[in-house]
Design a protein around this ligand. Structure first.
Ligand SMILES: Nc1nc2c(ncn2[C@@H]2O[C@H](COP(=O)(O)OP(=O)(O)OP(=O)(O)O)[C@@H](O)[C@H]2O)c(=O)[nH]1
Ligand SMILES: [Mg+2]
Length: 381
């Protein structure tokens, strides 16, 4: 079987009542094009059965990937679809007909005319509209978060007025799928922020849902904020925020324990150990969540992290004394320098040793975050 010219990737979660109509409209729009529809489905209802039924009679090839253990939600589904396609171009669109299939030929024509890597169907360019968003609050959240996001990535999103849309065409070879860290709804933002791509746009009017229920939620909003922080500030900044928070907790604990009458040194040791454990738990959740299952066991990660932090503290203190007493550096800059060196060493040790993936190279993202690879996410270009 030869590869088609186009794969229409449709992520679905409980969209059974929309499947037949969507496939009919896509087939109409792509009459004469060598295209296929690829559903990447995480449903818990009968959507996959409906997709198989529709596939049997459709006038366009329809394929289905059903994920029993979905990772990365909607974005993970799109990533899986792009990975599975053998076509040079993919169009990504929702399964609820809010994205009009009739526009697909215009996306492809624009790609050719403007020699683009990505063509975005934008709700926020002239003649576009986000009217189909369910209510005024969602419209406002969408337009404010779009403005903020564009301000945060002034270069990579320069030519894209709607980085949050789920309707776009992409040249598959232009995207390094291994670089994406899919989570939540905003896969286009993930693609654009992590690559340097030629972007073109066409306006479109976001329609109403044809049938079924919305999966947008407050939790999705939170995932989006985490995604923004990860893209803009990277792993190292989250690591730093947790380290700073840990220092505050450490100080508060020393105050509390000495207040209870514990001698200063004992209080300092207890506070330091509690902080080390707390930092480990926070790191697991917020800094290295994506790498937790790739390498060492939890016990070994904890042992590595715990040992490093204790050795680091044990080495840093005498080093500080040495700097101040022998090298005659003032106490404050000496403390600052040792803390900074310790921070970088701690981050590199955790990224390269504690959370090192088994048998594979270190993920590109970890390298980017320690400044090895340039990326708008960490270089600020
Ligand atoms: N595979 C997969 N698809 C999902 C997941 N969550 C949502 N989707 C699909 O992604 C598309 C967009 O989701 P919607 O619920 O329509 O989100 P929305 O368009 O922002 O919200 P509405 O305006 O209320 O429709 C739909 O085709 C969903 O079925 C998921 O976890 N996995
Ligand atoms: Mg929708």
């Amino acid at each position: 079987m030869t590869a088609p010219d186009l794969t229409v990737v449709v992520p679905t979660f409980n969209e059974a009542p929309n499947v037949a109509e969507l496939v009919r409209q896509v087939a109409d729009a792509l009459d004469g094009v060598d295209a296929e529809v690829l559903f990447v489905d995480d449903s818990r209802d009968d959507t996959p059965d409906v997709i198989r039924e529709v596939a049997a009679t459709a006038t366009i090839p329809v394929r289905l990937i059903h994920r029993d253990e979905p990772v990365g939600g909607l974005s993970g589904a799109v990533q899986a679809g792009l990975a599975d396609s053998a076509a040079p171009w993919c169009v990504v669109m929702d399964g609820d007909l809010q994205h009009p299939p009739a526009l697909i030929p215009a996306l492809l024509a624009t790609a050719r005319a403007e020699d683009a890597d990505v063509v975005v169907a934008s709700r926020y360019t002239s003649d576009g509209s986000a009217g189909g968003l369910a209510n005024a609050t969602r419209r406002m959240v969408s337009s404010v978060s779009t403005s903020v996001t564009r301000a945060m990535f002034p270069v990579r999103l320069a030519d894209c007025s709607d980085p949050m849309t789920g309707f776009f065409a992409v040249r598959r070879e232009a995207v390094d799928l291994g670089r994406l860290q899919p989570r939540g709804f905003k896969i286009l933002l993930e693609i654009l922020a992590r690559h340097r791509l030629r972007v073109a746009e066409i306006p479109f009017v976001f329609g109403e849902r044809f049938a079924g229920e919305s999966k947008a939620s407050f939790a999705q909003g939170m995932r989006f904020l985490a995604q923004l922080a990860a893209l803009r500030f990277g792993r190292m900044s989250r690591f730093a925020i947790i380290g700073g928070f840990g220092a505050l907790v450490n100080i508060a604990l020393v105050a509390l324990l000495t207040g209870f009458g514990l001698p200063y040194l004992a209080a300092a040791i207890v506070a330091a150990e509690i902080t080390i454990v707390m930092n480990f738990l926070l790191q697991e959740r917020f800094v290295f969540a994506d790498l937790r299952h790739e390498g060492r066991s939890t016990a070994r990660r904890f042992a590595g992290s715990f040992a490093f932090n204790n050795v680091e503290t044990a080495v840093r203190m005498p080093l500080l004394v040495l700097l101040v007493s022998s090298a005659h550096i003032a106490a404050v800059p000496a403390t600052a320098v040792t803390l900074l060196v310790a921070f970088v060493a701690r981050f590199v040790f955790h990224a390269r040793v504690v959370y090192r993936p088994r048998s594979r190279r270190v993920p590109v993202d970890a390298l980017e975050d320690v400044g090895v690879l340039p990326d708008e996410a960490s270089s600020g270009t």
